[in-house]
Design a binder for this molecule. Sequence first.
Ligand SMILES: [Zn+2]
Length: 327
Amino acid sequence: MNYISLDLEWNQAYAQKALAVQKRLECRLRGEVIQIGAVKLDENLNLIGSYRITVKPKFFKVIQRYVMRLTGIDQDMLDHGTPLPEAIERFRRWCGEDFAFLTWGPDDIPMLEDNLRAHRLDGSWLHRVYDLQLIFNRQTDGSKNQRSLEYAMEHFGIEQNLPAHDALNDAYFTALVAQKLDVAAGVAQYDERRGDNLLSRVIGDADGGEKGFPTPEAVLGDAAVTSPVCPLCSAPLTPQNAILHSKGQRYTQLFSCPEHGKLFLRMHMLRNFNGTFRAKYVIQPADEAGEKDYLKRLQDSAASTRRRRPRRKPKKSAEDAAVSETN
Ligand SMILES: [Zn+2]
């Protein structure tokens, strides 16, 4: 398998223009890709090829001044760029068959996915991606901070001898950082962690062309949440306790499958571009520590709700409503 170190530059539009375009397309588009840069590495991390193409934008055609300053790409270059469908076709051919992407940070692939969706192009070939920034952190000081590519280069004494914020140069620097890391081990650990989830899904993703939920309560009332099935055997899951609502619109509930034991459904609710709601949820096996933590936080939250409740006017809080619905 080859690795493809990928970097993108994108152009943006002013907020109002961006919103109008997203409404028209009925999908998220926070930026439009204007340059693709990539470096191919073999499985021993030898550099075996490079690719760069300037893309002519279709929706945000006027280059933002700061993007021009940052990337050195000007309006004339954009106007003479290759339209995305053709650029992607060529790029995909260059990528070949058996490869995984290496990116610096989590932003590039979702941006490319959004762009493909806006053009109604297939994005399923982008699924194998490793964020080298995470692998770098895990294999150096274990930090959770997002480190810049410059930071990693300095850490390994890699000289910055080409201008940054050119997609190919950044892909090349990312490849040089990869050569200093144990990428195979990083990838193996990555796959292992992903295996923690038996299921990972998004419902109500209006950004992705689905119908969003009008309210958070509507998400909580969806069958995927109220009557989930076991991802391993499709048996209906039985709730073991109430929904725990924690900060940042996160929800956790303990279920059990007759055959596969206790499972957690964990959900994160987010707002779509058009104001509706979507939820990302995973189902994972419940370990003892996780279950203990969940039960304790459920108790704490019930206790604080009791304290907050005025004595004379017993009014149901939204939290209680969520709890009583599922009991
Ligand atoms: Zn099961």
